[in-house]
Design a protein around this ligand. Structure first.
Ligand code: CA
Length: 138
């Protein structure tokens, strides 16, 4: 008996597809690892310049967007995705101000999570960002 689903690859299509845009490589890698461990099929982009084509090819079930990005910002990308695909959009951003949150929801976000200022902040400080901090190995 094997609990592994990676042997056949048959389960891949059943995995929720998560499209991430994050320009900070360390965060991008940590979140990608956490998503894989949680059973998602993530795809990470460092910026949104090719996001339209990527979204059409990857067909994500969920998008998680940073806001401060080189090229088009996350708000811009959210509006672009909203116009084309019906999917939940989350912002995961360092911008935690009320106006920033309102702008995020106005751009079509379903949720708005604020990143810790440093990756070393303990996971318990903010449950909403636990996805970024669950890569700790035990
Ligand atoms: Ca950023």
């Amino acid at each position: 008996m094997s609990g592994s689903v990676s042997e056949t690859g048959a389960m891949r299509d059943a995995q929720p597809r998560v499209l991430r845009v994050e320009d900070e490589a360390a965060i991008r890698g940590a979140v990608t690892t956490a998503l894989i461990q949680a059973g998602y099929l993530p795809r990470a982009e460092a910026d949104g310049t090719k996001l339209r084509a990527v979204a059409e090819a990857f067909r994500p079930d969920l998008a998680i967007l940073d806001i401060m990005l080189p090229g088009p910002d996350g708000l811009c990308l959210a509006r672009m995705l909203r116009d084309r695909i019906d999917l939940p959009i989350l912002f995961l951003t360092a911008r935690g101000g009320v106006d920033d949150r309102l702008a995020g929801f106005a751009a079509g976000a379903d949720d708005y999570l604020v990143k810790p200022c440093t990756p070393r902040r303990p996971a318990g400080r903010s449950p909403s960002v636990s996805v970024t901090t669950t890569t700790r190995r035990r």
